[in-house]
Design a protein around this ligand. Sequence first.
Ligand code: APR
Length: 169
Amino acid sequence: MTTITLVQGDITRQSADAIVNAANSSLLGGGGVDGAIHRRGGPAILEDCRKLRASQYGRGLPTGRAVATTAGELNARWVIHTVGPVWSDTEDRSELLTSCYRESLLTADELGARTVAFPAISTGVYRWPIDDGARIAVETIRAADTAVEEVTFVLFDQQAYEAFDRALR
Ligand code: APR
């Protein structure tokens, strides 16, 4: 049974076997979590990402999928990059957000990671409402069949923290 912990703070300061990045399909960096992870993790992460783009992800990482790289200078062994769906008012993309959490856990299991830190995927630039994003995150982790022992959600602000706290109840 995976324990779920909530932390309010900056995910780049978290210690874990794997830290999950809310990336975009280019895998070449961006703002938010993505920018922070590359900034604090250093160039080794981008170097790995470029190799992935030059090999099996020539067209970029599809939404809902996950892939691991080195964690560079972060207090982790790996960064698991996953691409969340952009919120849509007309199309239900919940399955794609569920897939981000599920695929990240599958990747963690392949690596042998026992502790994984997640941000609130898609709830920033990609505009996913925080309450629904929290519900999907918690439900997916709870339903997962994984060897990961602890999942820590690292929430950047109090509003997100409270949304995840409600989702846990
Ligand atoms: N630590 C933890 N959480 C953070 C941090 C951080 N350093 N920075 C931002 N967040 C929070 C945001 O407040 C939001 O709740 O992470 C959540 C996800 O926000 P984004 O990082 O904007 O990610 P997302 O909404 O998935 O959009 C991805 O944004 O940065 C670009 O390259 C990225 O194109 C991609 C898109």
